[in-house]
Design a protein around this ligand. Structure first.
Ligand code: CDP
Length: 790
């Protein structure tokens, strides 16, 4: 099996630091020294503070709002209500999915924690104390906390604000061929089915969401320092919502302490702080608390899933049927392309070759916080991957075939790529068998199967779970993928200065992924300029070219490609300058990383640094001065990373407690720019997958009270609980990506939950346990064992 170093021969020295070098993260110096610059670090002269009054109820009509006591508090400058905002046409705003969302509630509250009013004061604590003094009179309504109840005909209408909305259905989409799928199921020897639930979870970044809004009434300039994963798209949304001229809006995303999809939507707090700054004429800061973050900003998952697989007795898959029901909360605010609304359509058929599938997915409004963000996954891909990998394992058991062998029998083979999936998407490349073989070898699959039998004889429970996932990342192409009509391209601007040092400006925005390190490596590879001589700038709309932002692992597939292309364009120009300097024809020159030389005369050469200097000091009239340019890259297709994860667990039969003994993760994200950073991304994703499989979920009581509003109730694994991960790699370059790279940031979160759960089910299947929903806590395991006994 190949590793990065073997498959991608290193073209550069460690000093230059191009592709394949595990260059240390340059951004970490400021982070470990506590010198990062986050939104909350920003202090502007005369700055005011904002706090939000939120609804304690999940569903209620607002009878009255009394702000008088709050207004009387010393230090309070203004109290903002929805009614006030309505005067500026700002009481409602569009969501990233084309729905509407209340900025501050005027008619009803629709989830616990919804924003009702905001206090602007000279001090953060004064603002909060005054916000607590706002008195709201409510008329309580039935809270709806499940999508099943929501879709019942007698359920009260949650979105009675929307003209023409007569039920709580938010959307219904379908994909695939129903008739052909029905015909395949009619021919099947067996139909295997699974009902499962992927619970609501929260990205919970280390830094919560916030803004410092600075609108200068004299100049009309609005500078918004925001926790934004997509500053350019947000600027356009602000221009459209607030009616501010776009050239006067500057969004600055300073250092961001983790996003994971949470910082993609536009939140009411951003809009209110901006409106307040505009009206008051002073900068306004709003930084939410941890509880506010957990109860009101974009959640992930909350998907109820039914899947069926039609199979032959010999173990061939004939077709797939899937029906999903999504709990969208009170406002539909997923951030996803307007077409192919559910990204799950792309890869719900998994890594397997069969001709037909039919998928339906419905969304329902409920009295819960809105979200459905791409929490380390592109548009519901995590749910889809979980579904198919659980289903495939159950099918193997029901046919009496080993789950690894069953997968091997059905994998799309290496030479079948590009592969047209039954839902109509083209997988760019893959070697599923290669990744699985490596993972099985690493874990010692055959020996563990033997040990499992022995353990059972001794009354011990050992399980092995596999997930052979396929991912889809790197949205667009722009014809098919857009957010509110904005094509999902991305951009890179590269300027090489006279001294040979460079600055690279990107439309994406890192939130911890290490872009400052890795994107410099792409330029280093293409131009031979040492990565340490290249500064990467992101997150300032006045200072970077337009882009759709960083989420769903799109930075490398899209902005990474833009970077490689612009560097190549500059190399083409550099060649012309080199020809001039060497008094040779361009055709007679050859490129070796970092320099052009005359073919057959290596002594006659000029370095990229010589050329850069000449670009500003010595160019012929036929060539424009300077060595800089910008490229907008609209990818021809998504990229499809993949991998196989194998988990071995030991379960205590007395308590149901399970422990991960081994976790082997083989990932293939094409050419790895920086193997160390890739491994870090995978470690993070595996930890998140483990968290979701075992402990991390947000639930609600029947009144719609959010359980999980703090880190005592919302469990996030620490280093103590997190298992040790053993990583392996295969390399299957993406054929259309200029450097053959696929994204990786979310793969492990997408791929791993099924491996953990499958391992537990593997140990318990012989006892009669068929399913346990996540989080697979010890008490659920124990209860499932008890139920199987009876
Ligand atoms: O969009 P986001 O940055 O979250 O995800 P990504 O494109 O998957 O990249 C995550 C990090 O891994 C970035 O620093 C990438 O440059 C790096 N990476 C890499 O070194 N090699 C790859 N093949 C893919 C990503």
């Amino acid at each position: 099996m190949t590793t990065t170093a073997e498959s991608h021969s290193l073209l550069t020295t460690p000093e230059v630091g191009g592709l394949g070098h595990s260059r240390k993260r340059v951004e970490d110096a400021r982070f470990v020294e506590g010198r990062g610059n986050y939104v909350d670090d920003i202090v502007l002269p005369g700055m005011l503070h904002m706090a939000i009054h939120r609804s304690p109820l999940a569903h209620a009509r607002i009878v009255s709002i009394d702000t008088s006591e709050a207004e009387a508090v010393e230090g309070v400058i203004a109290v903002v209500t929805g009614e006030l905002l309505a005067g500026y046409n700002l009481a409602w705003m569009p969501t990233m999915s084309g729905d509407t969302q209340a900025v501050l509630a005027t008619d009803k509250v629709r989830f616990q924690g919804q924003e009702i009013a905001a206090v602007i004061a000279t001090d953060r604590y004064v603002a909060q104390d005054a916000a607590d003094k706002i008195i709201v009179e409510y008329e309580e309504l039935e809270p709806i906390v499940t999508p099943q109840r929501s879709l019942e005909p007698d359920a009260p209408l949650i979105r009675d604000d929307k003209e023409g909305q007569t039920s709580n259905e938010c959307y219904t989409w379908e994909s695939g061929d129903k008739d052909a799928t029905d015909a395949a199921f009619a021919k099947a020897d067996k139909v295997v089915s699974l009902d499962t639930f992927y619970p609501r979870s929260h990205p919970a970044p280390l830094e919560t969401c916030g803004i410092v809004a600075d609108v200068n009434s004299a100049t009309g300039q609005a500078t918004l320092y925001m926790t934004s994963q997509a500053p350019h798209a947000h600027r356009t949304v602000f221009a459209l919502v607030a009616g501010l001229p776009e050239q006067n809006i500057r969004i600055v995303s300073p250092d961001i302490g983790g996003g994971f999809g949470n910082k993609v939507p536009v939140y009411p707090g951003y809009v209110v702080a901006t409106a307040a700054s505009l009206v008051i004429g002073k900068p306004v800061k709003w930084v939410e608390t941890r509880t506010e973050n957990l109860i009101s900003t974009g959640f992930g998952r909350d998907y109820h899933m039914h899947g069926e697989l039609a199979v032959t007795n010999e173990g061939k898959i004939l077709g797939l049927r899937v029906d999903m029901l999504s709990d969208q909360g009170a406002f539909f605010s997923d951030a996803q392309p307007t077409k192919f609304k559910a990204g799950l359509f792309h890869i719900v058929t998994g890594s397997y070759d069969y001709p037909v599938a039919h998928v339906t997915t419905r969304g329902a409004y409920t009295n819960k916080a809105p979200g459905g963000v791409a929490y380390r996954c592109s548009f519901r891909v995590t749910e889809a991957s979980y579904m198919i990998e659980r289903l495939v394992q159950n099918a193997a058991y029901e046919l009496g075939i080993d789950p690894a062998e069953f997968r091997m029998k059905n994998f799309i083979e290496k030479d079948q790529f590009p592969y047209l999936s039954p839902t109509g998407f083209v997988y760019d490349s893959g070697d599923y068998e290669g990744a699985m073989k490596l993972a099985l070898d690493m874990v010692g699959y055959d020996e563990i199967q033997k040990e499992k039998e022995q353990a059972r004889a001794e009354g011990r429970l050992v399980g092995v779970g596999i997930a052979s996932f396929t991912e889809v990342v790197g949205a667009g192409h722009g014809d098919d993928y857009d957010i509110l009509g904005l094509r999902m391209f991305d951009s890179a601007e590269l300027r090489v200065h006279p001294t040979g040092k460079a600055i690279l400006k990107l439309g994406v925005r890192s939130q911890g992924q290490g872009h400052e390190t890795t994107f410099a490596q792409i330029v280093a590879e293409e131009l031979g300029i040492p990565a340490s001589d290249i500064k990467v700038v992101e997150g300032d709309t006045d200072n970077t070219p337009y882009g759709l932002g960083t989420y769903a692992s799109r930075s490398t597939p899209v902005a990474g490609a833009a970077t490689a292309v612009i560097a190549r364009k500059l190399r083409d120009k550099a060649k012309k300058i080199a020809a001039h300097l060497l008094e040779a024809s361009e055709d007679d020159l050859e490129w070796e990383v970092g320099k052009f030389s005359v073919k057959g005369d290596p002594e006659s050469s000029v370095t990229i640094q010589d050329i850069a200097f000449a670009a500003y000091t010595n160019v012929p009239e036929s060539i424009e001065a300077g060595l800089e340019g910008v490229h907008y890259y609209d990818p021809p297709n998504m990229t499809y990373p993949f991998g196989t994860y194998v988990v071995v667990v030991d379960i205590d039969p007395g308590t149901g407690q399970w422990k991960v003994r081994r976790m082997v993760a083989v990932d293939d994200c094409g050419v790895r720019i920086n193997p160390m950073i890739v491994e870090g991304q995978i470690h993070g994703g595996l930890t998140e997958g483990y968290a979701m499989s075992s402990m991390q979920h947000i639930s609600f009581d029947e009144q719609g009270n959010c359980i999980g509003s703090n880190f005592l109730d919302y469990l996030i694994p620490t280093a103590w609980e997190t298992p040790r991960f053993e990583l392996g790699a295969t390399v299957t370059p993406s054929p259309h990506h200029p450097i053959g790279a696929k994204g990786v940031g979310e793969s492990a979160t997408v791929g791993s939950p099924a491996a953990f759960v499958n391992a537990v089910i593997d140990a318990l299947w012989p006892l009669g346990v068929r399913n346990i929903d996540m989080p697979v806590s010890a008490d659920r395991v124990w209860a499932a064992m008890e139920e199987a006994k009876s």
